[in-house]
Design a binder for this molecule. Sequence first.
Ligand code: SF4
Length: 247
Amino acid sequence: MPPPTPPADTSTAFAARQAKALLVHERLCAEYGAPFRFFSTKDPLSELVSALLSHRTKNADSHRAYQELTATFPTWAAVRDAPTEAVQHAIRACTWPEQKAPRIQAVLREISQRCGTDAPCSLDFLAEMPVPEARAWLESISGVGPKTSAATLLFSTLRIPAMPVDSHHHRVAQRLGLIGPKVGEGPAHKLLEALLPPGWDAQQVYDHHEALMFHGQKCCYFSSPACGRCVVLDQCPFGQARMGGQA
Ligand code: SF4
């Protein structure tokens, strides 16, 4: 009889990746100067709209789109009820305004319906839910994915420990072997969050995300990563292969 097939991810392999995630966290937090200051003071509904605008858009452009949107319309109910072309015009600084305008309005309509209120409700009630439940509530809205839900919960005034994974964070995690080479950004959220200690607070989760993101921006570039000056080269199979095993 052939031997049973071993599980894809043994507990030993998982424990090794957990340990690596913590070591990488410590080194990159030291390298980039954690604890990092939260950059946003938006309420959760405003953060949700901001996150929807930021998809595949440079920070400066999505910031301009958000500023113009809130300068044009006094409330989120006004955004919801405006002609879609007017919303599209206000957010023209971001990518794909023709897709994002109707999506934002649909999200605001869905939230109003769920809350049973005339104006879209504040989403402050998410603070009372366990994190997975709060994420599931947001992600059951059409057009809201794991990165948007995590950004809403973590970056807003809620400061709930849900971890977003952006393209920099994803690339660094993949090269380090914290996730497999074929795991996309969406599925990476659950896998990478599972490596973090369950008791971590919002600041620790934020520091982890920011440290990996900064590393992607400042060292682990998309093309030509600077492996020779990388503080986690000894942990990185991708970098070691590039450097010819010099680590
Ligand atoms: S060793 Fe190179 S590929 Fe690996 S994390 Fe560092 S910069 Fe990125």
